[in-house]
Design a protein around this ligand. Structure first.
Ligand SMILES: NC(=O)c1ccc[n+]([C@@H]2O[C@H](COP(=O)([O-])OP(=O)(O)OC[C@H]3O[C@@H](n4cnc5c(N)ncnc54)[C@H](OP(=O)(O)O)[C@@H]3O)[C@@H](O)[C@H]2O)c1
Length: 419
């Protein structure tokens, strides 16, 4: 159900002065004539906001009139004043565990819809426990992970499941996702957020259990089965004819997909099996890349867990807050994802499906800005059936968002698998 438009704005972008927030604002400016939303820029620094607005005028002259709102993460009154003026707030103010909790609370109090880019599972768990019941009451739809993590996974799975329901009156009891192509960079805010997870775990080691539980984001977390553990090693897949290794976003995406299944009432079964991996070419080069990816991600986290090493990495190696991949690199980036699903056919036997989710543009920035902005527009304008709560993209916006993203140039395809 779309909410009444009694508010002054449809969408406010909070964090518009940051690296990703600015890209979201640019996307909304470029597509203004298509979406027609009443929107505004928000942040904590008027001077910076004026600069951003000035740069948007080059994309769309109408942006000269964009309203600017001031709100600081530490000032709950400023957050209440901001969220009460809009139907939807988009936030790129991260790390979310450091700056995001008061905003979620304000949205829940005011019944305002919300979407973000967090991949901080420990913080999402905290928000679910603190606010799911309140958001159900106030009608606020709080939707985390509306970027590269976890829209391709969450909506890719939904797309396969919907196809299975429509064409076979059944569901996939198993889906495996493989990242077959990915070219992109990283921003200071993303690095800060990854390090924030490590900091939170150091302060409260019990969070390790939340992070390692495959069902850590379920409404009632249950223990995962051994076959639900994330892939850590390197394997050769005969079926793909490719080497596979761990996909670094799997510990976020798989939890989100399982939460979607649970929030929707387990339409894909209680035993639905879901996994993610990165895939590489078949020869020795593919094996080497898989091994170096597997080793590299682990080595980074081990190194960054030593405070002195981490300080050096932050100072000399990693991108600073507010910075990220260049416009050229963002344009050259891309991702391509393959989903293999299978389930029981009605008359016996198995049905196999093959899905693809892909986009041009750096996955974490160009493509993510598009996904996040379209999520906000979907919450504001589309007729979606979800009620309030701390939700996922699939359980809140579902196929309406898939349709939007297709219209915005992303690929979401599904077909029977070739034998
Ligand atoms: N899921 C994905 O695919 C994905 C992709 C990209 C980014 N992200 C996430 O998005 C978040 C932002 O990343 P980024 O690289 O864009 O970060 P960034 O460039 O450092 O931007 C952070 C923003 O937060 C604002 N901010 C900081 N403290 C604030 C406060 N106390 N009150 C109000 N605003 C405050 C900053 O404002 P000032 O300009 O005034 O400092 C800035 O606008 C990170 O958590 C990152 O992990 C996720």
């Amino acid at each position: 159900m779309s909410k009444p438009s009694k508010t002054e704005f449809d969408v406010i972008v909070w964090g518009a002065t940051g690296f990703t927030g600015r890209l979201v604002a640019e996307y909304l400016a470029r597509t203004q004539d298509k979406h027609g939303a009443r929107w505004a820029l928000a942040g904590r620094d008027r001077g910076k906001l004026e600069q951003i607005r000035g740069s948007l005028v080059g994309l769309n002259a109408a942006c000269a009139e964009l309203p600017l709102l001031l709100a600081d993460a530490k000032d709950a009154a400023s957050l209440d004043a901001m969220v009460s003026r809009t139907r939807v707030i988009v936030t790129t103010v991260g790390p979310y565990a450091r700056h995001g909790s008061e905003l979620v609370a304000a949205c829940v109090r005011n019944g305002t819809d919300y979407c973000d880019l967090t991949g901080e599972v420990q913080w999402m768990r905290k928000m679910i426990d603190a606010h799911h019941a309140g958001a159900r009451e106030s009608g606020a739809r709080i939707v985390h992970t509306c970027g590269f993590d976890s829209i391709p996974s969450d909506l890719g799975v939904l797309m396969l499941q919907e196809f299975m329901r429509e064409h076979h009156a059944s569901h996939c009891d198993r889906i495996r996702l493989f990242v077959t192509k990915m070219r992109g960079g990283i921003s200071g805010g993303t690095v800060a957020s990854a390090l924030q997870v490590m900091e939170d775990v150091r302060a409260d080691p019990s969070l390790r259990r939340v992070l390692s539980n495959p069902h850590g984001l379920d409404p009632e977390p249950r223990r995962g089965r051994p076959e639900e553990r994330d892939q850590m090693g390197v394997h050769y897949s005969k079926e793909l004819g490719r080497w596979t290794g761990p996909f670094f976003m799997a510990p976020v995406n798989t939890r989100v997909v399982r939460r979607s299944n649970a929030l929707l009432g387990h339409p894909w079964g209680q035993d639905f099996l879901y996994s993610e991996a990165a895939s590489f070419s078949r020869g020795p080069k593919g094996l080497l890349t898989a091994l170096s990816m597997a080793g590299g991600v682990g080595a980074f986290f081990v190194a960054a867990s030593v405070p002195a090493v981490r300080r050096q990495l932050e100072k000399h190696v990693l991108p600073a807050p507010g910075t990220g991949p260049s416009a050229e690199d963002r344009e050259r980036g891309c991702f391509d994802i393959l989903l293999l699903g299978e389930g029981k056919a009605q008359g016996g036997g198995r049905v196999k499906l093959e899905g693809r989710v892909a986009a041009q543009g750096d996955p974490g920035y160009a493509a993510t800005a598009r996904m996040l902005a379209e999520s906000a527009l979907c919450l504001a304008f589309d007729s979606i059936a979800s009620e309030g709560g701390v939700l996922t993209p699939a359980s809140s916006m579902g196929m309406k968002l898939v349709e939007r993203l297709r219209r915005a140039g992303m690929t979401f395809e599904v077909k029977p698998a070739s034998a």
